[in-house]
Design a protein. Structure first.
Lengths: 433, 164
């Protein structure tokens, strides 16, 4: 689904803004913005490589996925691209192609996050102990990855207990009863049992029998997948209140006898939960409005991380740390750029970046690459390790908490970005309600 | 000028087979024995001129798609490693001639060509026993050599034009 043409408060045309920004990426700063009807290829302003690259960038930023096809037999001009975007925005949503990404589904219904919570495993272990357990040089995790400690689940904790704890907390915070939930959407990269996590949470929370329970995948991207599904369910009118829950307990599977420390040593255990409501139904108070989502899959990096079960038990892990690190930073910066362009919110005015956090060193690098302060990234992974699908959730919860402490008029937007093996990627933004 | 004369022709399957005996790779890195980078701004993938060890390499792919995109023919392919390369410019003369010829065949040509590339093409190409692809590098442009689809076997047949 594509960006609908809704002029911003300043009255600017979002399509023109996107086109200008994408064009600027393809040419040097001295090149003037061309006359709208000029053929960019015939006049030599862009060559064919840059023309295709420009169109792809416009697609990503606008969410319109079939620009190239629409522009066949059309002049390669700004006017053609603008007309194609406007035409696409007029199409009824029902006919939209499924690959167009998820946006404000009904065009008008806003969905709020009204409460959030996160929890980490109760056993905090210094990273040196983890180095020792995995047979790595003492200090490696701290020096190389910047991890000071890891949060591990105790014997009494698992995905269900951590997830239920956070879900109960958000319900309490928002003064909602579990019987008011229409759906529980769960995601976890470590829970593979049946009944599935959402079903177990359903029973544990004592939700209504006709409250739906759904598990979504995506590894570390799971939270964004779950939020996008929840947003669609609410905006389409089939649900009013949804709990999105993440829970990951890596310490039971990524053990020293199964995987190398350079991989297994990075992960901790945690959970997060969010309560989503239609804006019209929200009971006032604190809330952040979910923006549009953009998703994709950069298959060229698929080989950098692969995890599969071994016959007879154990895990077969392929992990090319350096390649994956480069890909993760590059891709997250690209997603942040796309979110910035689609939302019209400059990254400099964002209050918090709730991103996936592979490790503290890469988080610092990402901030540098994005040209924003590292302080805008809640440093969860430094003390808890990589929490999988709960990583982004923990960061989002902290960003929301920071915002809640500020005066309402001083609250700033939040950007969401995450990745999953594949290499799956996704992004979105939230604005104060 | 010397009087060259064609005395024999090598059949298409044989050409593909000979090319397959030259450099061939199943992974992106193996193509030019260097890292392949994606364009952060838009589309396309590239190698640095100082790093690439050759300028053309054969490869076996799990899948290949051609697309007419903004009037430009582009290829997207997945290698046996599972890695995907998107939006490679197609510079194979036979295929460009074929799409040019298709474009001169009456109304709605782009839509009909698109339909052909999405349906018949998949069947004809992927089921061909001598299906083979060669990826080349462009000359340095914006300080990088961009990957392009240099050769695609089978060569398109004129009678395919009758099918759309």
């Amino acid at each position: 689904m594509a960006l609908r043409q809704t002029p911003s408060l300043k009255g600017e045309d979002p399509f023109r803004r996107i086109i200008e920004a994408c064009f600027r990426r393809e040419v040097d700063s001295a090149t003037p913005f061309p006359n709208e009807t000029e053929d960019l290829i015939e006049t030599g302003i862009l060559d064919s490589m840059a023309w295709v690259s420009f169109l792809r960038a416009v697609e990503t930023a606008s969410g319109v996925s079939d620009l190239g096809s629409v522009l066949n037999e059309q002049p390669a001009s700004i006017a053609s691209v603008l007309a194609a975007l406007r035409e696409s925005s007029k199409k009824p949503l029902a006919s939209d192609h499924s690959q167009r990404g998820i946006c404000r589904p009904a065009g008008t219904l806003s969905v709020l996050i009204t409460a959030s919570c996160s929890a980490q495993g109760s056993c905090v272990v210094p990273s040196e102990e983890v180095d020792r357990a995995f047979g790595m040089p003492i200090g490696k995790l701290r020096k190389r990855a910047g991890i000071e400690s890891l949060a591990y689940a105790t014997k009494r904790e698992n995905e269900l207990t951590l997830g239920a704890k956070t879900a109960e907390e958000v319900l309490r915070d928002a003064s909602y009863g579990a019987q008011e939930l229409d759906w529980i959407i769960a995601t976890s990269e470590t829970h593979h049992d049946y009944p599935a996590l959402s079903a177990q949470l359903h029973s544990r929370l004592l939700a209504r029998e006709n409250c739906g329970a759904l598990d979504v995948g995506g590894g570390c991207l799971g939270l964004l997948n779950a939020l996008a599904v929840a947003q669609s369910l609410i905006a389409s009118g089939v649900a009013r209140t949804i709990a999105v829950v993440t829970a990951d307990v890596h310490s039971r599977t990524l053990t020293p006898d199964c995987v190398a420390g350079e991989f297994g040593g990075l992960f901790g255990d945690g959970a997060s939960a969010f309560l989503l409501r239609r804006e019209e139904d929200a009971r006032g108070g604190f809330g952040y409005r979910l923006g549009e989502f953009l998703f994709g899959c950069a298959g060229q990096y698929a080989a950098a991380i692969r995890v599969a079960g071994k016959k007879g038990g154990g895990l077969d892990v392929k992990f090319e740390g350096e390649a994956l690190s480069r890909a993760a930073i590059t891709r997250m910066e690209m997603v942040i750029s796309a979110v910035e362009m689609r939302s019209g919110i400059p990254r400099a005015s964002v209050g918090g970046f709730a991103t996936h956090q592979p490790n503290p060193r890469l988080l610092t690098l990402l901030a540098k690459q994005c040209g924003v302060s590292p302080d805008a990234f809640p440093p969860i992974c430094r003390t808890s390790g990589n929490l999988g699908s709960s990583m982004c959730g923990a960061a989002l919860h902290t960003a929301l908490q920071n915002a809640a402490r500020a005066e309402a008029r001083q609250r700033k937007p939040i950007f969401l970005t995450s990745l999953g093996p594949g290499l799956l990627f996704g992004g979105s933004w939230l604005t104060p309600a | 000028m010397r009087d060259f004369r064609k005395t024999a022709a090598v059949a298409e399957p044989e050409v593909a087979s000979y090319l397959g005996k030259a450099e061939c790779s199943d992974s992106l890195r193996g193509l030019f024995e260097c890292a392949i980078h994606e364009n952060r701004q838009g589309s396309g993938v590239y190698a640095y001129p100082t790093e690439a060890r050759r300028s053309i390499c054969g490869c076996h792919t799990k899948n290949l798609r051609l697309e007419l995109y903004g009037n430009e023919l582009r290829a997207t392919l997945v290698l046996f490693s599972g890695e995907v390369a998107r939006d490679l410019p197609v510079v194979d003369r036979d295929w460009l001639d074929f799409t040019d010829a298709a474009e001169n065949r009456g109304a709605n040509r782009a839509a009909r060509l698109e339909r052909f590339l999405n349906s018949q093409f998949q069947y004809k190409i992927m089921s061909c026993p001598h299906y083979f692809v060669r990826i080349g590098l462009t000359r340095p442009y914006r300080e990088a050599c961009w990957l392009m689809l240099d050769t695609l076997f089978p060569i398109p047949k004129a009678d395919w034009l009758e099918e759309f």
